[in-house]
Design a protein around this ligand. Structure first.
Ligand code: PAF
Length: 270
């Protein structure tokens, strides 16, 4: 893949990369369309990265459909799919990791220790292999995007990292490969996450900007939908530090909930 990328760059082609773990949905397809706007060649990476999963997490049952993904990529006009084996990415003597130290501490970093170390390590490797000019990642994983942007700036990756809007089902549930785990009952409850976040946005529009009050309402709404809270936090959207006062356009409400055994995340910036 790296040889192909170097050859493409030599020909003056701009490469856009869309890093994914596969089981593609409309959210991923929107990332592909953005990458196509900003580049000549789009590479989609498809790799379920073991180093970003803790031992008790869903690595072994993470949904997979490589033939289906390849069809979707072909239809979407993706030029290359890079889907390496685990042993190629992490050979036996592998010992180098990339880590951000601050921005990865709150939210998912708090409840999934080591997760972002795995993400930044694999994304660095994918960037070095695919040699992109632009990389497109979804804003549903808001902290992941912030962590990768931080890493890109700190390590001087010559790559423009673009955040793509969250794609939602008609009822508001953010698209995620993990939605496939949900039973019918859980799917009904899961919509409570986005409804609660949209409710917060409306409250702010109607003039309620006290963060403590908003957060207490947000948590109550999530509980009342039968969701088990992992976290619900209000942070500054640029540096992910806690916010005590509303800041127009920069106030992030981020939520992670368990719906049955499935952990889902969502967020809004108001
Ligand atoms: O968001 C994902 O699918 C993964 O975390 C990523 C960025 C592909 C790294 O494995």
């Amino acid at each position: 893949m790296q040889k192909i990328s170097f050859a493409l760059k030599k020909k003056g082609k701009k490469i856009g990369v869309v890093p994914t773990m596969g089981y593609l949905h409309e959210g991923h397809l929107s990332l592909i369309r953005i990458a196509q706007k900003y580049s000549d060649i789009v590479i989609l990476t498809l790799f379920i990265n073991p180093t970003q999963f803790a031992a008790h997490e869903d690595l072994n049952r993470y949904p997979q459909d490589i033939p289906g993904d390849l069809k979707k990529c072909k239809k979407a006009g993706v030029d290359y799919v890079f889907s390496p084996k685990i042993s190629k990415m992490y050979p036996k003597n592998f010992e180098t990791y990339v880590e951000t130290t601050q921005i990865s501490l709150p939210l998912c970093g708090g409840s999934r220790p080591g997760h972002f170390r795995g993400v930044t390590t694999i994304v660095s490797k994918l960037f070095l292999i695919t040699q992109p000019t632009v990389a497109v990642l979804g804003k549903k994983d808001f902290q992941q995007l912030a962590v990768i942007k931080r890493m890109g700036a700190d390590l001087n990756f010559p790559i423009r990292i673009i955040g793509a809007p969250i794609v939602r089902d008609k009822d508001g549930l953010a698209l995620s490969s993990r939605n496939v785990y949900l039973t019918l009952e859980e799917r009904k409850n899961a919509v409570g996450i986005s409804s609660a976040l949209f409710w917060i946005r409306n409250q702010i529009k109607s003039g309620e900007t006290r963060i403590a009050i908003l957060m207490s309402h947000l948590k109550n709404k999530l509980f009342s939908c039968g969701l088990r809270l992992d976290y619900a936090e209000c942070l500054h959207s640029e540096n992910l530090t806690p916010l005590t006062h509303y800041q127009k356009g920069k106030t992030l409400f981020a939520v992670a909930c368990f719906v049955g055994k499935t952990r889902l995340i969502d967020n809004i910036v108001v």
